[in-house]
Structure formats: structure tokens, C-alpha cells
Design a protein around this ligand. Structure first.
Ligand code: ASC
Length: 150
């Protein structure tokens, strides 16, 4: 049973890693892709944050829809942090690849907070949304502090 479980784990780790490399023909394509995904995520998260901060009128339906899109986008950038893509048009720090476990943990923290935001936004309680916008923005910032230049 243990042997089978580790075999299944190893096989799934391979299927996760292989398409990530194969998905992009050139390093620049991976860089463009992850920046695009993060830009779209930030736009939709930003609309929820603007409602939470009173910079935009609160609309429960729009908050839920924007948070759901941000959650979907939050899953996409990571496969594009391919080895060797710390050069070129990117602010990615080499620490992403030197300390992979920490980077993955930070990315998973953000995805988890984005998932919570989508759930809370569905509920439509503005105070709960405000609190979760804070937690989610904190996870964005923590990863930028350690892994993004400037
Ligand atoms: C945003 C956005 C980020 C984060 C970060 C939080 O809205 O685009 O990158 O929040 O600024 O500190």
C-alpha cells in the first residue's frame, strides 16, 4: 500500500512538472504568461479591494464575480516559473529557484487566501470581505517582499 502510494505520488509529480516545461516554447513566453496572469488577477482583486476600501460603490454581485475570477487566476502563474527564467523582462528574484519550497509555500498561502476571499465575497458581507481583502493583500505583499525585485 505504501509502495503503491509513493508510486502514485511520484507519477503525479511527474505529470505536474512535465507539462509545465513543455507549455512554453521559449523562456520569454513563460515570463509573459505569468505576468499576464498576475496582471489579470491583480485587476480583479483590485476591484474587490476598491469596494472594500470604499473607493468603488459596493456591489455584492460584482464583488463575488471579481473575487471568483481572481481565485481562478491565482492558480495559473506558478507553472510558468520555469528554471532559467530569472533573466530578461522580469522582476523575479533568483531566490524563487534557490528556495523553491519557500516560494511554493508563499504562492500556496496566497492561493488559499484568494479562495477564502472568493467564498467570503459569495456571502456578501462587506465587513468579512474587508477583513479577507486585508489578509489576501498581505499574502501578495509577503511574496513580493521576498521574491520580487524593487
Ligand atoms: C494589489 C496588487 C498587489 C497587491 C499588493 C498588496 O492589489 O496589485 O500586488 O495588492 O500591493 O500589498
Amino acid at each position: 500500500m505504501k509502495v503503491l502510494a509513493s508510486f502514485v505520488l511520484a507519477a503525479s509529480a511527474f505529470t505536474l512538472a512535465a507539462p509545465a516545461q513543455a507549455q512554453f516554447a521559449k523562456p520569454e513566453d513563460a515570463i509573459k504568461y505569468r505576468k499576464a496572469a498576475l496582471t489579470v488577477m491583480a485587476a480583479h482583486f483590485g476591484r474587490v479591494a476598491a469596494m472594500a476600501n470604499g473607493r468603488m460603490p459596493f456591489d455584492a454581485g460584482a464583488a463575488a464575480s471579481n473575487a471568483a475570477t481572481a481565485e481562478t487566476m491565482s492558480k495559473l502563474p506558478w507553472a510558468a516559473f520555469v528554471e532559467g527564467t530569472d533573466k530578461g523582462e522580469t522582476k523575479a528574484k533568483p531566490e524563487i529557484w534557490a528556495d523553491k519550497a519557500k516560494f511554493i509555500a508563499a504562492s500556496e498561502k496566497m492561493q488559499g487566501e484568494m479562495t477564502k476571499l472568493a467564498a467570503v465575497a459569495k456571502g456578501g458581507n462587506i465587513d468579512a470581505i474587508k477583513a479577507q481583502v486585508g489578509a489576501t493583500g498581505g499574502a501578495c505583499k509577503a511574496c513580493h517582499d521576498d521574491f520580487r525585485k524593487e
